[in-house]
Design a protein around this ligand. Structure first.
Ligand code: ATP
Ligand code: MG
Length: 571
């Protein structure tokens, strides 16, 4: 595995969160560890969520505890059943199982409502009629304390009555909210009487029209954790400022358990935007072809692109768990994908931009079979037979009529090796009226079958190829970064930074006959071209392949460079 780069782990497989959990268990503060992954079902999961999923489910596995999948479904205006279903499918695909522990914040609406009443009764919450705009203005600033609403000192009885009528649907959206009564001078703005409930006349995917008041994230989250007996509530750093409120609510409510919140740095990747809201915008504006467009950083997109779940898990392990904000080079992710596929993906030959080759001294009508290695990294993958004949296709790029000095591939008079096959020599390039090369006339040396000359002469290039007759026409889709710059949006406009060349479709490719029947999603390597997987858009006799990742490992280079630099610094 690659060297961890920004990991905060003190030793392999360990990090500050695992250390905390370990010591809590050793000190018997908890009998078992309980974590949760709490997505809001307002979009599809992305690779950032994979970090959180691997952490929460991983920790539970490692320490023999359990991890809950809990939908934070407190905002019905943005949430949909489609997202709920997709999130479950994605977590499963990533390799994790919540067992019987599937929950929804909406399961607790009745309990949460009771607890809100409890806060009112103990003088710790009040109904506020102040308009939202005004409320914002009255919250003060970092240097100025907030000003009290004129409704702040309503009696518990009046508050109970009004809160009940909010629930009963007597008031329109935005007319009133329930606020905690904490401290308007608190340095932490989240403690300046935060909103706990708002009126929303909207149907909920699970509770229908039963409710028209909904708890805020802050009011739902910690209490849901407590109801489920979550011991370690692991979340990203943007919730750090919410922790005092999380604690205040738990301290002031008769909750059945006492979870603790810990924060870690969210995953950021170069050339990538990880925000459900932004990704929703791309889908809605049709800037991509749906949530599973292989250019999307969603788990659905990555899966369709051919990224194995294990590669994602390896990547998350490699980046480690730290508290410091950082941006991970997307090349490191691609490296993890390549590293796994190199071991697993069977090799095939595919010609992306075909150029016809006619072997003049090969008998017409004859076909023979050559033996090809399925995976040089895995001898147990065995071999396969591939047809060879008089008419072939090679890659257009592998021929140059007037080659520069270091071009070792085909050119007039030059001899090369065909992979698993013979040496061939280019005799002539045939051109059309426009002067474009349309065909190469070549000869082969029958004594070089299997790729070696008995007289020991060498060639400097080995080319991939397919036969004209048996090969299968295919469409190959090559993906590049969705954004043209490593720091999308740095100039304030994310959309302007979309890469206009993020998708290149090659519709006249030819692949080995064996690929006519490849399974959708199964990874293959096209020799010299990259890792691909068959797309669901395939048609009988015309498969479509997505390029998962190319073969060139830019991350390995980055690492080698870093080692050279570190070595130089030590001298
Ligand atoms: P987004 O901003 O993409 O909508 P979110 O944080 O609003 O993300 P949630 O559904 O609330 O999405 O997230 C569920 C969990 O995933 C949270 O605990 C959150 O901290 C975590 N998470 C979200 N984005 C990342 C990320 N980039 N890296 C690590 N964890 C993340
Ligand atoms: Mg969120």
């Amino acid at each position: 595995m690659s060297e961890p780069v920004e990991t905060g782990a003190p030793e392999a497989g360990r990090d500050f969160l695992r250390d905390i959990i370990q010591s809590d268990l050793e000190a018997k503060r908890h009998a078992t560890v309980v974590t949760r992954f709490p997505p809001e079902p307002n979009g599809y999961l992305h690779i950032g969520h994979a970090k959180s999923i691997c952490l929460n489910f991983g920790v539970a596995q490692e320490f023999g505890g359990r991890c809950h999948l809990r939908f934070d479904d407190t905002n019905p205006t943005k949430e949909e059943q489609e997202y709920i279903d997709a999130i479950q499918a994605d977590v499963r695909w990533l390799g994790f199982d919540w067992g019987g522990h599937l929950y929804h914040a909406s399961d607790y609406f009745e309990q949460l409502y009771d607890w809100a009443q409890h806060l009112i009764e103990t003088g710790k919450a009040y109904v506020d009629d102040t308009k939202l705009e005004e409320m914002r203005a009255m919250r003060g600033t970092l240097t100025e304390p907030g000003r009290p609403s004129k409704f702040r000192d309503r009696s518990p009885d009046e508050n109970l009555d009004l809160f009940g009528r909010m629930r009963a649907g007597e008031f329109p959206n935005g007319a009133r909210v329930l606020r905690a009564k904490i401290d308007l001078a608190a340095g932490n703005m989240n403690l300046r009487d935060p909103v706990l409930y708002r009126i929303l006349h909207a149907a909920h995917p699970r509770t229908g029209t039963k409710w028209c008041v909904y708890p805020t994230y802050d009011f739902a989250h910690g209490q849901s954790d407590a109801i489920e007996g979550v011991t370690h509530s692991l979340c990203t750093l943007e919730f750090e400022d919410h922790r005092p409120l999380y604690d205040w609510l738990l301290d002031n409510l008769p909750v059945p358990s006492r979870p603790r919140q810990y924060e870690f740095a969210r995953l950021n990747l170069t050339y990538t935007v990880l925000s459900k809201r932004f990704l929703t915008g791309l889908v809605q504006a049709a800037r991509v072809k749906g949530w599973d467009d292989p250019r999307m950083p969603t788990l659905a997109g990555l899966r369709r692109r051919g990224v194995p779940a294990a590669a994602l898990r390896n990547f998350v392990k490699a980046i480690g768990m730290a508290r410091a904000h950082s941006v991970v080079d997307v090349a490191m992710f691609e490296h993890a994908v390549r590293e796994l596929l190199n071991k697993q993906a069977p090799r095939y030959m595919a010609v992306l931009r075909p150029l016809k080759v006619v072997i003049e001294n090969y008998p017409e009508g004859k076909t023979e079979e050559l033996e090809a290695v399925n995976n040089p990294e895995d001898p147990s993958a065995g071999t396969r037979r591939i047809p060879f004949g008089r008419e072939l296709y090679v890659e257009r790029d592998d021929f140059m009529e007037n080659p520069p000095k270091k071009f070792f591939r085909l050119s007039p008079g030059k001899e090369v090796r065909l992979r698993y096959g013979y040496f061939i020599t280019c005799r002539e390039a045939v051109k059309n009226a426009a002067g474009e090369v349309t065909e190469l006339r070549c000869t082969y040396d029958p004594a070089t079958r299997g790729g070696n000359a008995p007289d020991g002469r060498k060639v400097q290039a080995t080319l991939h190829w397919v036969t004209a007759r048996e090969s299968v026409p295919a469409e190959l889709r090559l993906y590049n970064h969705l954004f043209a710059r490593p720091d999308p949006g740095a100039n304030g406009d994310l959309l302007a930074d979309l890469n206009p060349n993020s998708l290149e479709i090659l519709s006249d490719c030819r692949v080995e006959p064996a690929l006519a029947a490849a399974n959708t999603g199964a990874a293959v390597q096209f020799e010299r071209q990259g890792y691909f997987c068959r797309d669901k858009d395939s048609m009988p006799g015309r498969p479509v392949f997505n390029r998962t990742v190319g073969l060139r490992d830019t991350w390995a280079k980055v690492q080698a460079g870093a080692k050279v630099q570190a070595g130089a610094a030590r001298k």
